[in-house]
Ligand binder design. Structure first.
Ligand code: TYD
Ligand code: MG
Length: 453
């Protein structure tokens, strides 16, 4: 009979070795390696003796896997048109941001459509869940709750109930008693996820799992989870504000970078009907340092405000002063502004953020960021009815942006008056009327146009 193989793996980082060591060679933790028996066939017992064969691509039937609506429009959009049976979705976010609330709402909506939903509440007791459900108005006989984190006890319940949707809240609180490490450790998170994935794929049940994210933005420990699941959604926004953005960062069944926008209210999360204008309402003052942009978030254009503050002094780490846009692009813009537009800002401290907790990671907002910085530095406010768009090269030239017409249409719909954008986009915008378009070719021209009037 084949002999079992023994491997050692680190409970901190998941690194595997063939030999026991006192210190993990990957993450340098002491005494973190533990033994694991792997059976000769890798733990995968084949019950099926039929040989497999290759299929011609043309002959493969189109899967008509019907998607199931989550009952929440924004979530259906994020998932690419509804929940795919057998698909695993991971929803990550900081503790307290609203993951459990969202899942209970999805569970409630689906259960009210006579779909059996099983909610594994590994962190909260039945009565805590009941209290939340009363608060958000969820009640259905088809919604079943288990308050346990032990996989060995949970699996028989899943088999027995055979739900149409399975929810694990959270993956850091479920564990298998096969492993000695504590819940939330890399090894537990990986192992329990793989049990869940196998079960979901074998029984064609869609599963949503939640995962807590640490401050540095990675899923606490289980960053490794991302490649094991089909879809990854992250909550953005801050806990103390009411706007919540859920973004798709991976989707095997739809687009990525799509966002869903919600407001956390008294009765849970409410979908925002017109997200494009939501952040426009947030535009606060008419003071210096504020510039408006039309950012592409997945398929949507969102009108948002970028704020900058230029001060004396040195607050250190740039990642602490820049929020909502790419910190390295701000560093680059700072150098370009100094060199090609003559503003002496090299020794200044720069703070940047996006109002409403939105994150914008596209180069088309380079000009918006640069205008906000210049406006703060010069202490001259910008016109709130103007939008600035353009990627800025290292030589201070304005480069083409993608989908200018879509952005301009949204700006026009929301009553903005002027769009300042790259000359390279002029041909794309020939048919646009009813809004003033100003085409420019460099950062220097933009500053001259706006600050010398
Ligand atoms: P929760 O869903 O428990 O967060 P997570 O599962 O991501 O840790 O959200 C908890 C927060 O949301 C808590 O601060 C209370 C707030 N909240 C509301 O404002 N309204 C509501 O209807 C609910 C249920 C929660
Ligand atoms: Mg929770």
């Amino acid at each position: 009979m084949a002999k079992d193989k023994i491997i050692y793996f680190c409970q901190e980082c998941g690194h595997e070795t063939a030999q026991w060591m006192g210190k993990c060679p990957e993450c340098f933790s002491w005494n973190s390696l533990i033994e694991k028996k792997i059976s000769k066939n890798n733990g995968l017992k084949s019950t099926d003796t039929k040989p497999i064969s290759a299929e011609s691509l043309t002959e493969i039937p189109i899967s008509n896997a019907s998607r199931i609506s989550s009952g929440i429009r924004e979530i259906d959009i994020l998932m690419g048109g509804g929940i795919v049976p057998g698909a695993i979705t991971l929803i990550g976010g900081e503790p307290g941001i609203g993951k459990s609330t969202l899942l209970l709402q999805i569970a409630g909506r689906m259960a009210s459509l006579n779909q059996k939903v099983l909610y594994i509440s590994a962190e909260e007791s039945l009565s805590q869940l009941k209290m939340r459900s009363i608060r958000i108005g969820v009640d259905s006989k088809d919604l079943f709750i288990v308050s346990s984190g032990e996989m060995e006890k949970i699996i028989p319940v899943i088999k027995d109930l055979n739900p149409s949707l399975l929810i694990f809240d959270s993956i850091q609180a479920v564990y298998t008693s096969d492993l000695p490490s504590s819940p939330g450790s890399i090894t537990q998170v990986r192992e329990t996820t793989s049990i869940i994935v196998n079960h979901a794929k074998n029984h064609n049940i869609p599963v949503i799992i939640t995962g807590h994210v640490t401050k540095d933005g990675s899923l606490a420990g289980p960053k490794t989870l991302e490649h094991m699941v089909d879809t990854v959604l992250y909550f953005e926004g801050s806990r103390d504000k009411e706007i919540r953005i859920v973004r798709s960062v991976k989707n095997r069944f739809g687009n990525v970078n799509e966002i869903g926008v919600f407001i956390m209210g008294e009765k849970g999360l409410k979908e925002v009907n017109d997200p494009a204008s939501l952040f426009l309402k947030e535009i606060s003052s008419s003071g210096p340092g504020s510039a408006v942009t039309a950012a592409l978030e997945g398929n949507r254009v969102i009108i948002a405000e970028i704020q900058a503050l230029v001060t004396e002094g040195n607050y250190g780490n740039i990642s602490r002063t820049i929020d909502g846009v790419d910190p390295s692009s701000v560093l680059r813009l700072k150098a370009v502004i100094e060199r090609f537009a003559g503003l002496q800002i090299a020794d200044k401290e720069i703070f940047v953020n996006v109002t409403g907790g939105l994150k914008i990671f596209e180069p088309a907002v380079d000009l918006t960021v640069a205008m906000a910085i210049a406006s703060s530095f010069k202490n001259i406010p910008l016109n709130k009815d103007s939008i600035f768009l353009g990627e800025i090269s290292l030589l201070g030239e304005l480069k083409r942006i993608s989908q200018p017409v879509k952005r301009i249409q949204q700006a026009k719909r929301l009553g903005l008056k002027t769009v300042i954008l790259p000359k390279a986009n002029q041909n794309d915008c020939k048919k646009m009327t009813g809004i003033e378009l100003v085409f420019i070719d460099s950062l220097d021209t933009a500053f001259n146009l706006v600050f010398t009037q």
